[in-house]
Design a protein around this ligand. Structure first.
Ligand code: ATR
Length: 285
């Protein structure tokens, strides 16, 4: 019998997850099927109860349910608790367990392109929303030379820092909160700059999250956005000699990690990335 997997979110009609996961099931000869379920905000509890009754094997969670889902699960993994959001649920003998694979997905994609070890790198994170929480947790856990967060609303950056320190007994990284002006003035210090804000996302493609006139040579500019594939910020960075990295790898990797949690099998991540790229109609960067 086919095992049923899926995505719960609103809207989900443009999601690339069904194509990516169903291809992996086929490739690996697994009897699985992945379907995107459009569930409106007030209907989440009912939908989760229905998934349980139907004995669904696992599912992904996306906007706007990543935080709200937590109260309807039986257990939440420590990393997801620290991030404060769930994007992957595993049905373990009828118990629904929540995980978050966004941060690790981002990290593995980033590690593929960095020119020097992360532990020797000064890292700046732009933004302090849900995506930033996942990125900061993964990057800080991995260990870096220095880690700074900047955001329009600095209070939210401080909350991420405090939350991380509250959860972590061993502090792998010291997190500094810097104003946007400070970050811009010291932009030449950073080896890796990660944009987690929505600035530059379609349709606002002319926006950039921070000026990069004085970046150091070989800096890595990583933008979580994948629509457009090359934001104006990445384009300017590339013209200034930066190594650029978009959000496609993170998307594919978070999916691959979810797949691994459901099946115990690591899918072909290069193939997953290619499928997403084809869907988006471009070349990865
Ligand atoms: P996500 O889950 O994708 O991270 P989010 O939680 O809404 O989404 O966070 C959006 C991030 O983009 C925040 O850091 C937000 O800044 P604030 O915390 O100050 O709101 C940032 N952002 C969105 N629009 C922005 C804008 N016009 N200028 C500056 N920052 C912006």
């Amino acid at each position: 019998m086919n095992k049923l997997f899926g995505l719960i979110g609103h809207p989900v009609s443009h999601s690339m997850s069904p194509l990516m996961h169903n291809d992996a099931f086929k490739q690996l000869g697994i009897n699985g099927y992945y379907h995107a379920f459009d569930v409106q905000e007030g209907k989440l509890e009912e939908a989760v109860a229905a998934f349980k009754v139907l004995n669904m094997s696992g599912f992904n969670v996306t906007i706007p349910h990543k935080v709200a889902i937590m109260e309807f699960l039986d257990e939440i993994d420590e990393e997801a608790k620290m991030i404060g959001a769930v994007n992957t649920v595993v049905n373990s003998n009828g118990r629904l367990i929540g995980f978050n694979t966004d941060g690790r997905g981002f990290l593995s994609s980033l590690l593929e392109i960095v020119p020097k070890p992360l532990i020797e790198s000064n890292v700046l994170v732009l933004g302090a929303g849900g995506a930033a929480r996942a990125v900061v947790t993964a990057v800080a856990d991995h260990g870096v030379k220095t880690l700074a967060i900047t955001n329009r609303t600095l209070k939210k950056a401080t909350e991420i820092k405090n939350n991380y320190y509250n959860y972590k007994k061993s502090k792998n990284a010291q997190i500094d909160i810097v104003s946007l002006q400070e970050a811009e003035a010291n932009i030449g210090v950073y080896d890796i700059i990660i944009n987690t804000t929505s600035l530059g996302m379609s349709p606002n493609i002319e926006e950039i999250p921070i000026s990069i006139d004085h970046i150091k040579p070989n800096v890595v500019l990583s933008d979580l956005i994948y629509n457009p594939l090359k934001t104006k910020w990445l384009q300017l960075g590339e013209e200034n000699g930066a190594i650029i990295h978009n959000g496609v790898g993170m998307f594919a990797m978070q999916g691959a990690l979810a797949f691994e949690k459901w099946t115990g099998i690591t899918p072909d991540t290069a193939r997953m990335t290619k499928i997403v790229m084809n869907q988006l109609g471009g070349k990865s960067c």
